[in-house]
Ligand binder design. Sequence first.
Ligand code: SF4
Length: 285
Amino acid sequence: MRRTDNSVKRNETLARRSFSEGEMRVSGGRGGTSIVRWIRSGTKTEGGQSGELPGLVDIGSYKHEKALAISRLEALSADAHALLDEHLVRALSPCLTSSFQAESVVLLHLLRQLKPDIPVLFLETMHHFPETHTYRDELAERWNLNLINLQAERPSPGLWQQSTDACCALHKVGPLFSALSNYDTWFTGLRREQSPSRANLSEVEPFTLPGGAVLTKVSPLARWTTREVWEYAKAYDIPLLPLYAQGYTSIGCAPCTSLPIEAGNERSGRWGGRKLECGIHIQGK
Ligand code: SF4
């Protein structure tokens, strides 16, 4: 169908200068990229020169990059769904850990379409931002989540001032590993792009708990980029933790979270750059 808006007219002019047939990509006038298809028309002049301008007979014009992004997102979502489905079918007792950061909320959105009552394990470290608690509770109510808050038997608020390793071990690693012994399949929102410490993350891998029990750890978003996570959230109208609007790129406990200090390393603002992991995802290997 022939389009007559200004961007197409301008594209016609550009194309007539350098193309006579085929397909080309040109920048459109409204922020997108268009594919325009041309074929030669008219009759030859006596000199055999092309005395006619190519005729525009068909234009498949659309916002190409946006369309590519949507199809990429659909493909990623379909792959993630397939992986989730495959492991949910096998699992006797699956669970998801969620910090309520963007990727874990996107994964939760995908998972609850298949298993709405999946246990959602949240580590109540007693050091979270108030915004994290508010957001967690709002989403739990809105999505009717089967939320399970995990807490150390004897918490020690402020321990991070003496040792972040001891504090993480007490408030994160211990309670989670203890809880995970009740499950056989562990879904996580981990992604390779989040940090150099996660660059070699596998989508599916065995995870051995300190007591020897082995779970299947599944990270369906392992290859997703940050941009794709945000595109998904936008496409499905999922509100994200408001702290992102303040510039945080990775959000954990308040005393150990700052704005990123290294470009391209989302987790570089955690623990003042002194470490990248709390211990959960590097133990048991
Ligand atoms: S992130 Fe900080 S406050 Fe939270 S458990 Fe680890 S050391 Fe403690």
